[in-house]
Design a protein around this ligand. Structure first.
Ligand SMILES: *Cc1c(COP(=O)(O)O)cnc(C)c1O
Length: 432
């Protein structure tokens, strides 16, 4: 039972949430999304924007327009209409470059995330003599781990000896940058490539991309980032940070629909080098001569030079509408401003209402965290997975990650402070 004093503190928290929502300069953006409903007809409390973002109305409209154009125009749709398909990916370049802090010639929307990682490895993992090791973090997303090990094998390089893992210290969850720097220094002339996440998917820890990139480059090591959990979540300045390459998916914080077309960043200093080794396809060929159908490949002198196929425009349409929604909200700076307040409100309320029952493993430091909080249940009455199921029955959508974490990600585009309040209220009721 929740006693009187507790009821009061929750009532105060609700008031505070409502005031924050009333003063939220981008509260109107929620109306640009389709919010799933609970069985009782109320909006779900949706906290899984870190896994699959909700549907933006603009994305739906862009897909419908594309279907119409296909029906009306057939093959002529490649050249006609407001958004002809031949250059369709170009209509997204400006949005994408703003979202990740890049120049327009450094970004392209193509393929899916893991495919792009492999394509980037072809260009940026060039083992030579002793310099053939790859460094990743110990708890890397499985797909990234598989991509790296299969690349080593592809080059005939022994995985055991040549895949270095940056691990948290014993009994710690978070990665320590000093340990990474020690690893880099200890293997500085053996490392060919470093691949790290911008935001670690399990803990929500944000890495210092600028400092890590600088360190890698001091030792002549190429470095790429997987921004699956960073793009659309935190502010990025990939060009200024001198990152060699980066890949991200568009269906998490960028709301472009499951499996949608992914993004790829290649720093200008490499993107303009048409001689850089790559796997080639006709869509990466110089646009002026592409349809001359010759046998000699001439790469486009930008990130577009890595494209393989003519793009899947249905999926790109969703990306266009979704990215435009981010820009409509005022871009990443505006989203981040709200995100910091939203996640801080949630964190503070959890600490106030559930002391000693849960542990938040995500760093508290502003510069080291994004939307997501990763919650470990320490109260031994209930295991984490059972709790996750119980709150789900009350209209809360979060996600469970083995071995023991509930991930909650209030996102600034469509989550309200009041959603965070309900999350804590329901979690508390389920833990009583
Ligand atoms: C979500 C995610 C993926 C998913 O890869 P796909 O190729 O889009 O299926 C890969 N890596 C990381 C770090 C992720 O968070």
């Amino acid at each position: 039972m929740i006693d009187n004093a507790q009821t009061h503190s929750l009532a105060r928290a609700l008031k505070q949430a409502q005031t924050l929502d009333n003063n939220d300069p981008i509260a109107h953006m929620r109306a640009h999304f389709v919010i799933p409903k609970q069985a009782n007809g109320e909006d779900e409390y949706y906290f899984t924007g870190n896994s699959l973002g909700l549907q933006p109305i603009l994305a739906k409209e862009a897909v419908m327009e594309l279907l119409e154009a296909w029906g009306e125009r057939g093959v002529k749709g490649h050249f006609e209409g407001e958004y002809p398909w031949l250059p369709y990916h170009e209509f997204i370049t400006d949005f994408a470059s703003q979202i990740v802090g890049a120049k327009k010639n450094e970004v392209v929307m193509m393929n899916s995330l893991t495919v792009n990682l492999h394509l980037m490895m072809v260009s940026f993992y060039q083992p030579q003599g002793k310099r053939c090791k790859i460094l990743i973090e110990d708890h890397a997303f499985p797909s990234d781990h598989y991509a790296m090990t299969s690349q080593l094998k592809h080059h005939g390089i022994d995985v055991e000896d040549n895949l270095l893992l940056w691990q948290p210290r014993t009994n710690e969850e978070l990665l320590n940058t000093d340990d990474l720097f020690a690893l880099i220094e200890g293997h500085s002339d053996e490392l060919a490539l470093i691949l790290l996440p911008g935001v670690q998917y399990y803990t929500g820890q944000v890495l210092d991309i600028a400092a890590i990139t600088e360190k890698a480059h001091q030792h002549g090591i190429k470095i790429g980032f997987d921004l699956a959990h960073a793009a659309g979540n935190v502010e990025l300045a990939l060009h200024d940070w001198q990152v060699d390459f980066a890949c991200w998916c568009s269906y998490k914080y960028l709301n472009s629909g499951a499996g949608s077309v992914a993004g790829c960043f290649i720093h200008e200093k490499h993107a303009t080098n048409t001689e850089l080794n790559r796997f080639a396809g006709w869509w990466g060929h110089d646009k002026d001569t592409r349809f001359k159908m010759g046998n000699q490949f001439h790469a486009i002198a930008s990130a577009e030079g890595w494209q393989l196929s003519n793009p899947p425009v249905l999926s790109l349409a969703a990306v266009r509408g979704a990215y435009e929604t981010v820009i409509l909200a005022g871009g990443m700076k505006k989203l981040r401003e709200k995100s910091l307040k939203l996640t801080q409100y949630l964190r503070a309320l959890l600490a106030q209402e559930l002391p000693n029952k849960i542990d938040i493993i995500t760093p508290a430091e502003e510069s080291e965290s994004g939307c997501q909080l990763s919650i470990m249940v320490t109260c031994d009455k209930l295991d984490g997975k059972a709790l996750f199921k119980r709150i789900e029955q009350q209209g809360i959508t979060t996600d469970w990650r083995e071995p023991n974490v509930i991930r909650v990600a209030p996102v600034p585009l469509y989550n309200r402070f009041e959603d965070c309040y309900h999350f804590v209220r329901i979690l508390k009721e389920c833990l009583q």
